[in-house]
Design a protein around this ligand. Structure first.
Ligand code: PHE
Length: 340
């Protein structure tokens, strides 16, 4: 028997003995891999004496063809068998309805932030982001609070290991950033973001909370603009029938300063508790930007005026949804979060 015939016989027998895919692949490498025997037999064609070359070549190619076909057929069979075995040994009913994929949702704080942003966007405000880690200078000094100013007691904060670098206690330092960037252009922005205060955690106060600052600077901006803007905002968020009350107040960076209350529906069973019996609920601090702050931002107070406000969207959310504990916001309790 010629070498080729012997090769064919041996390869066919071995192929027939292969029981699974791994064995088949090994067989394929043995005969058709880079150092495979079949490949070697084909390469040998060149060295065959001329008169035998043609017959040898034809035979070698026929065997190669036959083995390749047999291999592919066997491989398909083995794969088919493995598939049906896995389907019957571990039956999968593809007609069963799928399990519902739990859908996420926006955190209630994010939802309210977006509502607030949308209302101000309609009034032509842009959103400006500013940093949470601030210098003492930005957070206090440039807002008209020198180092030993008693008003600093209202905003105790967290200090970093770098002297003078703190976590901001309010979004107001953002006012300075915007002014210095925009001066001498008019400004109409809101600055949403996280703030930090070192205080006892209670149902009404957290060490971390969001604020939305607002800043408008221009020529002939007046207190009437401030009142109109805030009234429009409160009615959009809480209903057109809301009444708004302005109380005089004090902030070092605004003069005059006010606090804004909205009336709370008397038929709400929580009204008394929320308003401490007064019927009014505070939603923000505000005022006309202090001349010192305008100057620190680069604006000439003889020419420019402006107003600013700062509100806590968590407090607003608590009002909207009758939430009685501010700690729920960052508590990550799904039972709370799924309600919104
Ligand atoms: N920054 C003040 C606070 O945190 C709020 C405020 C902002 C008041 C802007 C007036 C003007 O309480």
């Amino acid at each position: 028997m010629s070498d080729l015939a012997a090769l064919e016989q041996r390869a066919s027998a071995e192929l027939a003995a292969c029981a699974d895919e791994a064995a088949l692949r090994a067989w394929n490498t043995r005969y058709f891999g880079n150092n495979g025997e079949m490949l070697a037999a084909l390469k040998a064609i060149g060295g065959i004496p001329k008169e035998e070359r043609k017959t040898y070549g034809q035979e070698a190619n026929r065997i190669k063809e036959a083995l390749t076909n047999a291999y592919e057929q066997k491989l398909a069979e083995v794969k088919e068998r493995a598939l049906s075995a896995s389907l019957t040994s571990n039956p999968l009913d593809v007609t069963l309805p799928g399990r519902p994929v739990p859908r996420g949702r926006l955190h209630v704080a994010t939802q309210v932030m977006r509502q607030i942003t949308a209302v101000f966007a309609d009034m032509g405000f842009q959103v400006y982001r500013s940093r949470e880690v601030e210098s003492d200078e930005m957070n206090f000094e440039l807002l008209n609070m020198p180092p030993h100013h008693p008003a600093r007691d209202m905003w105790d904060t967290f200090h970093t290991t770098i002297p003078g670098v703190i976590l901001r206690t309010h979004t107001s330092p953002g006012q300075i950033h915007v002014m210095r960037e925009q001066c001498p252009n008019p400004i109409r922005v809101i600055l949403p973001g996280m703030c930090y205060r070192y205080e006892a955690i209670t149902t009404r106060s957290e060490i971390q909370f969001q604020q939305v600052e607002g800043l408008v600077i221009g020529e002939r901006v007046t207190m009437a603009d401030l009142k109109g803007t805030i009234t429009a905002f409160a009615r959009r968020l809480f209903g057109q029938e809301r009444h708004i009350r302005f109380r005089s107040s004090y902030f070092p960076f605004t003069e005059p300063s006010i606090e804004v209350d909205i009336d709370w529906p008397k038929d709400d069973p929580n009204a008394d508790r929320l308003t401490k019996g007064t019927g009014w609920l505070e939603i923000m601090g505000a005022g006309m930007v202090h001349p010192v702050v305008l100057r620190n931002g680069g604006y000439d107070p003889a020419k420019f005026t402006g107003f600013a406000f700062g509100m806590g969207p968590q407090r607003i959310t608590m009002l909207k949804h009758a939430i009685d504990d501010i700690r729920q916001f960052w508590g990550n309790d799904l039972r709370f979060l799924r309600q919104f």
